[in-house]
Write a protein that binds this ligand. Structure first.
Ligand SMILES: Cc1cc2nc3c(=O)[nH]c(=O)nc-3n(C[C@H](O)[C@H](O)[C@H](O)COP(=O)(O)OP(=O)(O)OC[C@H]3O[C@@H](n4cnc5c(N)ncnc54)[C@H](O)[C@@H]3O)c2cc1C
Length: 277
């Protein structure tokens, strides 16, 4: 069984990536094509596989090879059932969970090469120029970042001096995001707070993590000024390395929900962290 692994770096558009990825699948000449399931691959690889006449599976967490048979594992029903299956269709493109891609390649004895790019773009659109393109705001949601930084409602609360410091909080949070490249998550309380909306214009309900929010898959997470209540922390179920900063030694994070809880003022801690970065 021939297996080829490709790594994927940087950004690309759907229009450019689909023909390039399809050419790579065809050009690989392999029965199995392994790719890390980063957001760029998830966006364009299914269409590329279809063009190349390949089968594809995403969100794979384990791959086992036995002779000519390859078995993969994937969670179903919102991580309630772990399924194992195989396919006879070839080529078979397998998008492996990005944090496990290196281990899977090592286990199968393959070395990942950078995904070839630069295939001719098939489009009937001719760009004559760009007229007054708005810059748009920078996205604070970065699914491929190794770190999730969660800001909770505590950033908006009255502090030891009896006053709230919204602008200082916003500058500290955005300063950390710019220096660390972390993805920004939030608690429901913070994104629901109209009085914080102006100062925290860089976040929206899209940032909310939890039962009624998102369930991101970053390798590490740092929660600040967030109480760590269960409806929020269920959104952390794929974040394995966790730390939290909270003034309250009895907050939810202290109830076995984080590896390390710093009982400290997050304003002071994050300012120091920003200085050190
Ligand atoms: C059906 C349902 C669904 C829900 N879904 C979600 C969801 O998807 N996501 C979600 O987040 N919540 C959800 N919630 C709400 C959740 O239960 C909590 O109310 C919410 O997460 C609390 O947000 P918070 O921790 O930011 O705010 P708070 O509970 O107000 O906590 C603020 C924390 O900040 C700390 N703090 C204050 N100042 C500082 C400082 N200077 N330094 C350090 N720490 C400080 C305080 O000690 C406190 O622990 C849901 C609730 C229900 C009922």
């Amino acid at each position: 069984m021939t297996i080829k692994a490709y790594s994927i770096e940087g950004n690309g558009t759907f229009a450019q990536d689909v023909p390039a990825f399809a050419a790579a699948i065809r050009g690989a000449g392999a029965e199995i094509v392994l790719v890390p399931g980063v957001s760029r691959a998830k966006r364009s690889m299914p269409a590329a596989a279809m063009r190349a006449g390949a089968a594809i599976d995403t969100n794979v967490v384990a791959v086992q090879a036995e002779g000519d048979k390859l078995t993969v594992q994937r969670w179903a029903y919102r991580q309630r059932i772990l399924t194992a299956f195989t396919r006879v269709a070839r080529p078979w493109v397998i998008l492996v969970d990005p944090s496990l891609f290196g281990d899977v390649c090592a286990q199968l004895g393959v070395t990942a090469e950078p995904m070839p790019s630069g295939a001719a773009v098939e489009t009937r659109t001719t760009v004559n120029g760009v007229v007054a393109a708005g810059k748009g705001g920078e996205s604070t949601i970065k699914p491929d970042s190794p770190l999730l930084f969660v800001a909770g409602a505590g950033w908006t609360k009255k502090q030891a001096d009896g006053a709230a410091h919204l602008d200082e909080a916003a500058a500290t949070i955005t300063g950390f995001l710019a220096k660390s490249g972390a993805s920004l998550g939030s608690s429901k309380s913070l994104v629901d707070m109209p009085e914080a909306a102006a100062a925290f214009s860089f976040m929206s309900h899209m940032n909310q993590v939890g039962q009624t929010g998102s369930t991101p898959r970053h390798a590490k997470g740092l929660a600040t000024c967030c109480h760590g209540e269960e409806p929020h922390v269920v959104g952390w179920r794929f974040v394995n390395e966790r730390r939290a900063v909270n003034l309250d030694a009895n907050c939810g994070w202290a109830q076995g929900k984080t590896d390390v809880l710093y009982v400290a003022d997050a304003f002071a801690v994050m300012k120091k962290v920003n200085e050190l970065l």
